[in-house]
Write a protein that binds this ligand. Structure first.
Ligand SMILES: [Zn+2]
Ligand SMILES: [Zn+2]
Length: 451
């Protein structure tokens, strides 16, 4: 967010943008910062090397009712001053430009700036010298990586960039559209059509967003086929070892799309009801390519048999389950309790998944079970969508299922951005403006996971 808003402080003479020769530049004295003082109220604005600043465009009058996005944006690479004989300084900065979409389209004729919003900038390898009086305020430009399962929240009035521009080669990196859908069309954050919303698959080998319209056109939907019946848990194995720390000894089973799984007994996954859809969304982890076996994550309290237990320490009677890495079910579950001297271990009746989930704060569970989406039809999601919130909420739920206690500051952990909680449920819970129907039950074209 900008630290200062554009001001109406002074006229900028046209020579502020006049080209400066390299020879002249190298004759100047280097500085680390410069300060511009408002003529009307004396406010000082400090600009330092590496700051990103908004700069009054050449030919525009200061205070001519400009919107923030109309300013030029550049990173200050170097500051130098010409010391005049009377003792006054003329300060110049070497600036690396952040282009607008229109700027790029002026250079690459085939580039369509429609997918670039007003506040989006494209970091270019193009430098200029600009006199200090044209600088207006220090701002930040957030980096947006479309494949990041935990992108920063980007409000619609914040500057951000997702591409870099090589001027001489006339190329953008990454290539627009290459990071997204099967249709190779880039994500267009201003497209308000409900079907243009993009669904993100967070799994490590996917990490892509797909247009809802493309998913529907490709029939990537849950139906009565394998996806709808896919269990979010694995059926108890008859051969589960007695000493298993888990009721269900099997580690995650990969779900093959060709498997025709019989509907499991559990009511939670016996139909494609919204409850089971929510569980399938929850089971799609940002940290593993496997379907998270939610039931086997549920922590189990073990009671050591008193006859074989020589340890009188009461605190040892109940052993907390071992902690595992977030969202990553253990592949060694059957052996966990087997280490150390042999003791008889009997398992308490395992808590049902539904009971454990019911004890969570409803908002936490609701966020964790959201589809990850971005697009202008879901305005409160900003530019990058609800993906970061949902990723953090899912990781937290996995940890709690594994036996960790709910952190007191869970809301801070899920919702804080830029070190402050300025966001909440409305930014994370998907509401599509103008849509009468609920979101379709789409799946990832690559891994068939609920997304
Ligand atoms: Zn598409
Ligand atoms: Zn996927």
């Amino acid at each position: 967010m900008p630290r200062g808003r554009p001001t109406k402080r002074r006229a900028v003479k046209a020579t502020a943008y006049a080209p400066l020769t390299d020879e002249k530049w190298s004759s100047m004295v280097p500085f680390g910062t410069f300060v511009i003082t408002d003529k009307d109220d004396g406010t000082e604005h400090k600009f330092s090397k590496d700051d990103i600043a908004i700069i009054l465009p050449s030919g525009r009058e200061p205070g001519s009712n400009m919107e923030l996005w109309e300013y030029w944006v550049g990173r200050i690479k170097d500051i130098r001053a010409e010391i005049d004989e009377e003792g006054t300084n003329t300060v110049w900065a070497k600036v690396q430009w952040f282009y607008s979409g229109r700027d790029v389209a002026d250079v690459i004729k085939s580039f369509d700036p429609a997918s670039v919003t007003g506040h989006e900038r494209i970091y270019a390898d193009h430098y200029d010298f600009v006199e200090s009086e044209a600088f207006d305020a220090v701002i930040s430009v957030t980096t947006f990586n479309e494949n990041d399962p935990e992108p920063p929240f980007i409000a619609r009035d914040e500057f951000y960039h997702r591409y870099t521009f090589e001027y001489k080669a006339r190329t953008l990196k990454p290539k627009p559209g290459s990071a997204a859908c099967t249709c190779q069309m880039p994500y267009c954050p201003d497209d308000t059509l409900p079907d243009s919303i993009m669904h993100f698959c967070p799994r490590p080998s996917c990490r892509r967003a797909f247009h809802q319209s493309c998913l529907l056109a490709g029939k990537h939907k849950e139906s009565s086929s394998a996806e709808a019946l896919t269990t979010v848990h694995v059926k108890p194995s008859a051969a589960a070892p007695l000493r298993s720390a888990r009721k269900h000894a099997s580690p995650i089973k990969k779900v093959s799309k060709t498997t025709t799984t019989a509907p499991p007994a559990s009511a939670a996954s016996s139909s494609s009801s919204s409850a089971s859809r929510a569980l399938r969304l929850l089971a799609c982890s940002p940290d593993t390519d496997d379907n998270v076996d939610l039931e086997s994550l549920v922590a189990l309290t073990m009671i050591q048999g008193s006859l074989t237990n020589n340890n009188d320490d009461a605190s040892d009677v109940e052993k907390p389950p071992k902690k595992k890495r977030r969202g990553r079910p253990s592949k060694n579950a059957p052996n966990e309790a087997a280490s150390g001297p042999p003791v008889e271990v009997r398992a308490q009746p395992v808590r049902a998944l539904a009971d454990t989930l019911a004890d969570l704060p409803p908002l936490l569970l609701q966020v964790a079970q959201q589809p990850m989406v971005r697009g202008a039809a879901f305005r409160p999601g900003g530019i990058s969508g609800n993906i970061g919130f949902v990723t953090r909420a899912r990781r937290l739920v996995y940890q709690i299922l594994e036996g960790s206690s709910l952190p007191e500051d869970w809301e801070v952990q899920v919702f804080s951005e830029h070190g402050e909680v300025r966001l909440g449920a409305e930014n994370a819970i998907v509401q599509i403006s103008g849509a009468r129907k609920p979101l379709p039950l789409v799946v990832c074209p690559k891994c068939r996971s609920a997304i």
